[in-house]
Design a protein around this ligand. Sequence first.
Ligand code: OAD
Length: 243
Amino acid sequence: MNGLYTSINKSMRNIVISTGAGISAESGVPTFRDADGLWTKYDPMVVSHIDGWNASPSKVIEFKNELRRQFAALDPQPNAAHLALTRLQNEWTDGTVSIITQNIDGLHAKAGSVALEIHGTAIKKFCMKCNDITGYDADIDVNDPCVCGEVSSIRPLTVMFGEMPHHLDKVEALLNDCHIFVAIGTSLNVRPASMFASIALSRGADTWLINKDVPQITFEYNHTIYGNASVEVPRWVDMMLAS
Ligand code: OAD
């Protein structure tokens, strides 16, 4: 593996990190498309798609409430991969280190990192009428009233398929000025995150993938590392900080 690292150029500065469910797998948070992933048990078209929401908000809310309860019982903690990225954000002196995550588990923040949560967050809900954001610390009922007086307007602050992810203007700016890009723990099935590497590559960035399994398409990555995030991410961070 050391041979891979020799191509790093000291003049590279800004690092953009894009994380997916795999980075939190070793914290006990289920992924979506692995053998025991959430989408083997639930139909995402019903419980996580805007069309499913429009057809039956109660089915979506039931699923989100169940996840909320599982998450509260699990109380997941950051693993060595999240903590290594925090170290990189704190110790990298050659430019910025930005984390973009598809994850809604809040583990980057819990690890002390700053991250753009493009698919929203599992710990908040909001009113579609007045946009009031509150903690999602008890189950939602589809008939719950908001403080603004509207009824049946409260939903989780997570992005569903068919909806626009959050912070895309900031993501675009980061990718345009990115010298080193790394995707971690993602099957690269979901846009726009699956396209970030090709955008970064087209801007001249060196691109890395750290993942347990080999995704179907990896041609936009200059370097690939396959293994568990809790092992490979700290190793990659050590290498970056020493380069
Ligand atoms: P997936 O479940 O599609 O992929 C998880 C990836 O993590 C797989 O490629 C695994 O190989 C890898 N993985 C599993 N354990 C790992 C470990 N210990 N270390 C490193 N890698 C590991 O999850 P995402 O690609 O993040 O969106 O899914 C993207 C989006 O699809 C989610 O944000 C969610 C989902 O539907 C919405 O619901 C809108």
